[in-house]
Ligand binder design. Structure first.
Ligand code: PRP
Ligand code: MN
Ligand code: MG
Length: 181
């Protein structure tokens, strides 16, 4: 179907709420990294929207790079065993790195990724995520910049997909059960 609205139960975060929060996070990041060279790393594909908006909301110079990773094994559930599908083009030695994600669910992907990037001789590695589901956490990871903590529901939009769909929505909504049942 091409009717996106009928696939959604309700809007969780509107376009305006998301953009306002991204602007606040960008101001914090500008302040925290003042006088330093920051590399922001987006995790494909979900982070494309938040990377594009965050980068444009920053006033400082940053460089941008991308990684693609995939969890091994069990279907829809993140296993924590991660494989690099596309690595960074950038040498991380001495760099201040900010990993940018759309969502932290179990935390397993980011937990692995943070350790992996730190092992490359970085000066620092911090995390920025647009959304986080505290109730779904399987590992504790320190996250410096969180857009919104959200309930443990099936959410789509603003980069978040269900079967690769809905990423292009400019808001985040909860998926209607008839879509996945
Ligand atoms: C999603 C999301 C995060 C990760 C979070 O990516 O974009 O990267 O899962 O899950 P976790 O906290 O349980 O590890 P996904 O693997 O679906 O790939 P995608 O970004 O291409 O949609
Ligand atoms: Mn992802
Ligand atoms: Mg996904």
């Amino acid at each position: 179907s091409t009717d996106v609205q009928s696939d959604l139960k309700h809007v969780l975060k509107s376009k305006e709420e998301i953009q306002n929060r991204i602007a606040e996070l960008a101001a914090e990041i500008d302040r925290d990294y003042e006088g330093r060279d920051l590399l922001i790393v987006g995790v494909l594909k979900g982070a494309v929207m938040v990377m594009a908006d965050l980068a444009r909301a920053l006033h400082s110079h940053v460089t941008m790079d991308w990684m693609a990773v995939s969890s091994y094994g069990s279907g829809t559930q993140s296993s924590g065993v991660v494989r690099i599908l596309k690595d960074l083009d950038t040498d991380l030695m001495g760099k201040d790195v900010l990993i940018v994600e759309d969502i932290i669910d179990s935390g397993l992907t980011l937990s692995w990724l943070k350790t992996n990037l730190e092992s490359r001789g970085t000066a620092s590695v911090e995390i920025c995520t647009a959304f986080r589901k505290p109730a779904a956490a399987k590992v504790k990871i320190p996250v410096k910049y969180v857009g919104f903590d959200i309930p443990n529901e099936f959410v789509v939009g603003y980069g978040l997909d269900y079967a690769e769909k809905y990423r292009n929505l400019d808001f985040v909504g909860t998926l209607a059960p008839h879509v996945y049942e």
